[in-house]
Design a protein around this ligand. Sequence first.
Ligand SMILES: Cc1cc2nc3c(=O)[nH]c(=O)nc-3n(C[C@H](O)[C@H](O)[C@H](O)COP(=O)(O)O)c2cc1C
Length: 139
Amino acid sequence: MNFEVFYYSKTGHTKQLADAIGSIIGKDAKDITSNSIDEDIDVLFFGSSIYGNGIDPAVVRFFNNNIDANIGCIVNFSTSGVGRSTYDEIKALAESYSIKMAEDQFYCIGEFAGMNSDKPDANDISKIKTFAQDIVNKY
Ligand SMILES: Cc1cc2nc3c(=O)[nH]c(=O)nc-3n(C[C@H](O)[C@H](O)[C@H](O)COP(=O)(O)O)c2cc1C
């Protein structure tokens, strides 16, 4: 099984989660703005966030730029300021490229406009490591 972790992160919160997943799967987390998919991936951990009530256009471009990639399934992880994950947007995007979306996902709050200034915190990092290990064991 080939696991990879790619992410989009404007202010570093989702990157923290991506790096934690990377430490579990033994791979560097890859920023989608400077990396593309150049090999088959069985399980792609994909991280993103909500800005102005939606995902960033860079995420849409990433899928479009990697249309020929062979991806078994996507496992979504995300942060946002007020409690909504990116799951539905990423699922719609993935399925528009005929990529299967796993039902499992990880979400946590990320600091926004002075609220929840410590988030994601050490507990969130611990939880996403457990989540990633569970996915590795499952697939
Ligand atoms: C420009 C901007 C717009 C944002 N808009 C929203 C929003 O509409 N809804 C929300 O829940 N959070 C919003 N947030 C908060 C982010 O989703 C939250 O800080 C998230 O953890 C950012 O992840 P990142 O650090 O990986 O970019 C916004 C943050 C920024 C910087």
